[in-house]
Design a binder for this molecule. Structure first.
Ligand code: UTP
Length: 295
């Protein structure tokens, strides 16, 4: 079922213009979003989540060196010709399905000025409706897709909704962290303040922001008024602090398992876990890992 926002369907924005410096040298000339999780690029998981959440209109924010993303979601005529010739119907269907997943649009962020700025590049496409933002650094596996859970919360409360999850002390300094008031509902908290990458001592809670948001269009003016912050970049978290002065924002502790793909170690762990979820690899991979542990 399509999730609606008033009369129209919710659009989604996937910022994918970052340099991916934590993945160098791999990302020197290839998008981080195209890193594989077994046999699918990370961004395909994110787009599938959006589609499974009822979203059909997807805007990807791209930049220099990101052509591979556009090619992946396009029709590959030569490849289809070969697969047809080989009578490999199964692969042919799989390949074609990728090109037909959704209505995908692209906008270039000409200068990588930060995540907030990347979201601002979506303004023309999004217009004056609330919209979803999904970051490719986070993959979430859940029975109800994470974005769908957020849209359901939005439809109930009509305010911006941010996905959060409990983060261990040792990792809190890598997150935007929320300060919240008494819960409104099960797992739903009114946000009082947001702190970008606090020390363990500064952190106002253990609830870290991850890459799933439903935002009202008021965020665009807030981003315009946001000065460069952490790392000299225009941060979405800082713009959310501005938005908080004008409108309530709720944090939602979603149901599901989140995997971080933002750095090499987490990507390695996620790859192994995703492979272990696949029956065709599980036994052999477990055996291999056992051997590694004992050797
Ligand atoms: P990150 O800071 O995690 O991504 O931004 P990055 O800059 O690509 O990676 P590192 O830190 O250098 O390794 C979160 C998301 O925002 C996008 C990124 O593509 C990523 O999906 N982003 C970031 C933009 O689209 N534009 C920017 O200017 C910055």
């Amino acid at each position: 079922m399509k999730e609606s926002v008033g009369e129209t369907m919710m659009k989604c924005v996937i910022p994918a213009a970052g340099f991916g410096t934590r993945f160098l040298p791999m990302t020197k000339n290839s998008p981080k979003e195209m890193l594989p999780l077994v046999d699918k690029p990370a961004i395909q998981y994110v787009i599938e989540e959006a589609v499974d959440s009822g979203i059909n209109d997807i805007l990807i924010i791209t930049g220099r060196g990101k052509r591979a993303i556009e090619d992946h979601f396009d029709i590959a005529f030569e490849l289809e010709y070969i697969l047809k010739d080989n009578k490999d119907e199964k692969k042919l269907r799989e390949i074609r399905k990728i090109a037909e997943l959704a209505d995908i649009h692209y906008v270039r962020q000409k200068q990588q000025l930060g995540l907030g700025h990347a979201v601002l590049c979506a303004e023309k496409h999004v217009g004056t409706q609330p919209f979803a933002v999904l970051l490719g650094d986070d993959i979430v596996f859940s029975t109800t897709p994470c974005t769908k859970q957020l849209i359901q919360q939005y439809n109930k409360h009509k305010v911006s909704i941010i996905a959060v999850e409990p983060v261990p002390d040792t990792h809190i300094h890598t997150y935007g962290v929320i300060k919240y008031d008494d819960p409104i509902d099960d797992k739903l908290y009114p946000i009082v303040d947001l702190v970008e990458k606090p020390t363990k001592e500064q952190a106002p809670s253990n609830l870290g922001i991850l890459g799933r948001y439903i935002l009202t269009p008021a965020i665009f003016d807030c981003i315009r008024n946001t000065k460069p912050g952490y790392g000299g970049e225009i941060q979405l978290t800082d713009a959310l602090k501005e938005l908080l002065k004008e409108e309530p924002i709720y944090a939602y502790e979603f149901y599901g398992t989140r995997y971080d793909l933002g750095n090499k170690m987490d990507w390695l762990k996620t790859t192994i876990d995703v492979a272990l979820m696949r029956q065709e690899f599980r036994e052999e991979l477990l055996e291999f890992l056992k051997q590694k542990i004992t050797s």
